[in-house]
Ligand binder design. Structure first.
Ligand SMILES: C[S@@+](CC[C@H](N)C(=O)[O-])C[C@H]1O[C@@H](n2cnc3c(N)ncnc32)[C@H](O)[C@@H]1O
Length: 263
């Protein structure tokens, strides 16, 4: 078998490891049910169960994933965030140690999964950000709740989105709304896994999508996030990393970089 085919097959098996952790997360949630920390009606609530399983899974995987990001441009991108920052889906706060505090006025962490809030709060404290960090319990698409925190059109200097657009319910609408929240000249920092440009890999992404969203908080492997960003509005600068060779077979190719809103 040609080396390329082996590499491709290996890449297509990658998500199985994550799914094994998902089974572990599901077992922990079921254990909570047996020990009466969950009500029977909660077990029948699909969205709640998905959030609960993802909460367990993410707390197991977050450190490993954050470490793997050290080899990428993400830490430097996060360190360039400035002013009033809207971090969508901060999870347990893996990006927090990467901020340069001297550049920041305020951070809003918009995190809809309440099961991650304790861990997030703990990281906020550890990073010495308690005085400038506010956790907002809603989805990035809930612009009404965001407005109640003063996060309104043109009010944000930097938006940070790290592996979140894959999970929002209405991605194009959410990305366009996020664009509106930025002030002219403001920057959107993006690190998102997206649809493959390779037809076979896209089919495999579609197959995994049958089971993937439930344990991974609504995550889809094949979102065209790059296209959503381009359609969101006018950018004066688009600094996105070029495609890599492994993007042909990877089920997690990424769009990474910074976009600056036109004046
Ligand atoms: C893969 S985790 C990434 C966490 C964090 N950004 C990081 O890099 O460590 C995805 C995060 O997006 C959050 N999320 C899911 N749906 C969301 C939505 N509609 N709005 C904002 N965040 C959302 C999840 O709860 C989770 O914390």
């Amino acid at each position: 078998m040609a080396l390329g085919t082996v590499t491709r097959l290996q890449a297509y098996l990658d998500p199985l490891l994550f799914l094994a952790v998902a089974v572990y997360g599901l077992l922990l949630v079921l254990l909570d049910a047996f020990t009466f920390q969950l009500k029977t009606k909660d077990l029948l609530n699909r969205n709640m169960m998905s959030d609960k399983v993802f909460g367990k899974v993410w707390l197991k995987l977050n450190k490993r994933i954050a470490t793997s990001q050290l080899e990428t441009s993400l830490p430097a991108l996060v360190a360039s965030a400035s002013g009033t920052i809207l971090e969508v889906g901060p999870g347990s706060g893996s990006q927090l140690p990467r901020y340069d505090k001297s550049k920041i006025t305020k951070i809003y962490g918009v995190e809809p999964n309440v099961d991650l809030h304790d861990a997030l709060q703990k990281t906020v404290k550890q990073c010495g950000l308690s005085d400038i960090y506010t956790i907002v319990l809603c989805g990035a698409e809930d612009f009404q709740t965001l407005a109640s925190y003063g996060i309104e059109k043109g009010s944000v200097d930097t938006i940070l989105s790290v592996q979140v657009i894959c999970s929002v319910p209405e991605p194009q609408k959410t990305v366009s709304g996020m664009y509106e929240l930025l002030r002219p000249g403001g920057q959107m920092i993006i690190y998102e896994h997206v649809e493959s440009h390779d037809a076979v890999s896209r089919i495999v992404q579609g197959i995994y999508n049958v089971v993937w969203p439930f344990p991974f908080g609504g995550c889809h492997l094949d979102r065209p996030t790059g296209k959503y960003l381009m359609k969101a509005g006018k950018w004066s600068r688009v600094e996105l990393e070029p495609k890599k060779e492994e993007d042909d077979w990877s089920l997690f190719p990424r769009v990474v970089g910074r976009l600056t809103k036109a004046n």
